[in-house]
Design a protein around this ligand. Structure first.
Ligand code: ES4
Ligand code: ZN
Length: 324
């Protein structure tokens, strides 16, 4: 592993905490909670991590997180991710969670958010690692469910910086969530959305114009639309790109075909992130490494990507100055 990548102080902006649940922890929590999984053991679960597209991944992602029941479970999952991130010199992290994937199984919103928040506070205390928490709406559910989730979040607004939009993209365009994004904006939440992962460049435009998001998660489809690329570069709209995720979900066929290099050359504020590291074969260093090896990126390009993440983060100017 390249010492440059390992020692680079990094910021992560696109991480689904439920996607950091490693097979070992899935089985440990299943045993603790008396849950029987459809997979005999960790090896059998891992063997199922061969995906054809986003939906084939989401099916296993939702099955894996079904073992999460108690506040301690959410704490343990989050703590394990933060420990790993800390060991890779991640200095700040902005984390998604999917409340509806838990409340839909009868786990209260308060249990989920309290367990995650406690682990974030401990990482701040133990390691000086800063974080922001983003609740993400599931776009394959109706907008009314997202509105209900926004209401359940009200007592915890102080712990939540922003809202996001994830899960099955195709057929669930940004327009479907126009009202809930306007409500979240009125309540003072910052706004992001997944767009242009499997979906078309138009979903990126719609997320910006209809939802008024300030960052785009993935956004790699912008490579198909030169006018949109120019607009993203001009306005320094950050894209939180996830190279190993794109490879595993066959958004690209090989890392050599990944658009990250072209997007960076065109002046976009592109950033490197791990998305669902337990499922996609690596945490932050592995994602930087994939760009170094697959695209031949130089250390100065990798440094520019890391600086972009500081710029794109929701840290205050004072906090940013401390990181740089
Ligand atoms: C996700 Cl890679 C990806 N895309 C969309 N939604 C997601 N939720 C978790 N990982
Ligand atoms: Zn994602």
């Amino acid at each position: 592993m390249s010492a440059f990548i390992e020692q680079l102080p990094k910021v992560e902006l696109h991480l689904h905490i439920e996607g950091s649940l490693e097979p070992e922890l899935v089985f440990a929590l299943a045993r603790r909670n008396g849950i029987t999984l459809d997979y005999a053991n960790e090896a059998a679960l891992k063997a199922a991590y061969e995906f054809d597209d986003l939906q084939s991944f989401l099916n296993i992602y939702y099955a894996g997180m079904s073992v999460l029941q108690t506040e301690q479970d959410f704490f343990d999952m989050t703590h394990a991710y933060l420990q790993r991130a800390h060991s890779e010199h991640v200095r700040h992290t902005e984390i998604f969670f999917d409340p509806q994937a838990h409340t839909g199984r009868g786990v209260p919103f308060s249990v989920v958010v309290t367990g995650i928040h406690r682990a974030l506070e401990q990482a701040r205390y133990d390691w000086g690692m800063s974080s922001r928490l983003i609740m993400s709406f599931l776009r394959d559910l109706p907008e009314a469910s997202a509105i209900d989730t926004l209401r359940q979040a009200e007592p915890f607004h102080g712990w939540l910086t922003g809202v996001g939009l994830d899960s099955a993209e195709t057929g669930n365009p940004p327009d479907k969530f126009r009202r809930v994004y306007a409500m979240a904006r009125d309540q003072g939440y910052r706004l992001v959305a997944h767009a242009g992962e499997e979906g078309p460049p138009q979903y990126i435009r719609d997320a910006l114009e209809l939802l008024r998001v300030e960052r785009i998660d993935h956004g790699v489809a912008a490579i198909k639309d030169p006018a949109l690329m120019a607009e993203l570069a001009e306005n320094r709209i950050p894209l939180t790109v996830c190279p190993l995720s794109n490879l595993k979900l066959k958004v690209v066929n090989t890392m050599a075909e990944h658009p990250m290099g072209e997007l960076l050359q065109a002046g976009l504020c592109v950033t490197v992130n791990s998305d669902d590291p337990a499922y996609f074969g690596g945490y932050m260093n592995a994602n930087y490494r994939a760009l170094q090896q697959g695209l031949g990126m130089s250390n100065s390009e990798l440094l520019q990507l890391a600086l972009n993440s500081v710029e794109a983060s929701w840290l205050s100017p004072e906090e940013k100055a401390l990181l740089n």
